[in-house]
Ligand binder design. Structure first.
Ligand code: GDP
Length: 308
């Protein structure tokens, strides 16, 4: 892809990220028009706590895939960016090799609006990069409950990165991550941490057998830094997705995701409408509920009555 085409793609994503009404209308029309050219990419989600090695992995995996002939786009959903306006994820300096590759496109998390808004923008960006011909899309997020659900709901294969030791295995169980993850990869299985990583993987494996969704996630160890196990991770992603495709589950999963997307957008649109047209009434009801003078159900009914 030429730098001009990449700049065009970046502008299109800026359009879908805009909250202005006239931009929203144009963005929806653009996404609708491009729909027939979307859906062709392998959509991968990657989550994990800060420091687990997400950007190191995405840099290494991305370069491996580019060498195999893929074009790779990286998008990020950063729940903290809605508060700080900063972009911790999808940071180009943390993916140095990919950032310099003409076959990669990296987009940091949109920073405006609620998590729901950020999620909606990222879903549209995902379709735009697919229409632009990227064959692999990686959506990155930090290990925080809601953003993980959001990413799991827009990808084909969801990978949870874990640290060896540090009680991380148990954290994963608590968060219900095991039920959502398709693959659990214990990273930093190198040097003196190799045994701890194997141990963590063994514990996770027995945990997934007990808690298992059906089918349970694959568990493996790897090192994003040395590249050990990267190949196995890719084969596991590929096998998972091929399995979904062969059984028809991929199409079903994507259709269900489309419906979830639509519902999220309706809820988001309603919130937006109410903020614009009934902002004072909403604030008054919130105050009444907060000081206990009005039941939440009555307050909600009264807000809904303001809808045309
Ligand atoms: P992120 O916050 O999840 O994106 O984590 P980073 O990719 O920025 O990695 C955090 C730190 O861990 C960096 O200093 C990396 O060099 C280091 N790191 C990442 N992957 C590995 C690995 O596989 N082995 C080791 N030993 N260090 C790693």
């Amino acid at each position: 892809m030429t730098s001009g085409q990449r700049a065009g793609l970046a502008r299109a994503i800026t359009l879908v990220e805009s909250a202005r009404a006239e931009h929203r209308a144009k963005a929806s029309a653009l996404v609708q028009e491009l729909m027939p050219r979307t859906g062709g990419a392998i959509r991968i989600g990657i989550t994990g706590v800060p420091g687990v090695g997400k950007s190191t992995l995405i840099d290494a995996l991305g370069m491996m895939l580019i060498e195999a002939g893929h074009r790779v786009a990286v998008l990020a959903i950063d729940p903290s960016s809605t508060r700080t306006g900063g972009a911790i994820l999808g940071d180009k300096t943390r993916m140095a090799r990919l950032a310099n590759s003409p076959d990669a496109f990296i987009r940091p998390s949109p920073s405006a609006g609620s998590l729901g808004g950020v999620t909606a923008r990222t879903r549209e960006a995902l379709l735009l990069v697919e229409a632009a011909g990227y064959s692999v899309v990686i959506v990155e997020t930090v290990g925080v409950g809601q953003s993980e659900v959001a990413v799991a709901e827009m990808v084909d294969t969801f990978v949870a990165l874990m640290l060896p030791g540090a009680g991380d295995e148990l954290q994963g169980i608590k968060k219900g991550l095991i039920e959502r993850a398709d693959i659990i990869a214990v990273n930093k299985a190198d040097g003196s941490a190799r045994d701890a990583a194997r141990q963590a993987a063994a514990e996770l494996l027995s945990a997934v057998k007990i808690l298992a969704s059906d089918p349970p996630p694959e568990v493996l160890t790897m090192s994003a830094a040395t590249g050990d196990g990267l190949d196995l991770l890719w084969r596991t992603i590929d096998t998972h997705r091929n399995g979904l495709e062969a059984s028809g589950a991929l199409a079903a999963r994507r259709r269900a995701q489309g419906v979830i997307w639509m519902r999220d957008m309706v809820a988001d649109g309603l919130r937006h409408y109410l903020a614009q047209h009934a902002g004072d009434a909403v604030k008054a009801m919130e105050a009444a509920v907060a000081d206990g003078t009005l039941a939440p159900s009555a307050a909600a009914a009264s807000i809904l009555e303001t809808l045309p």
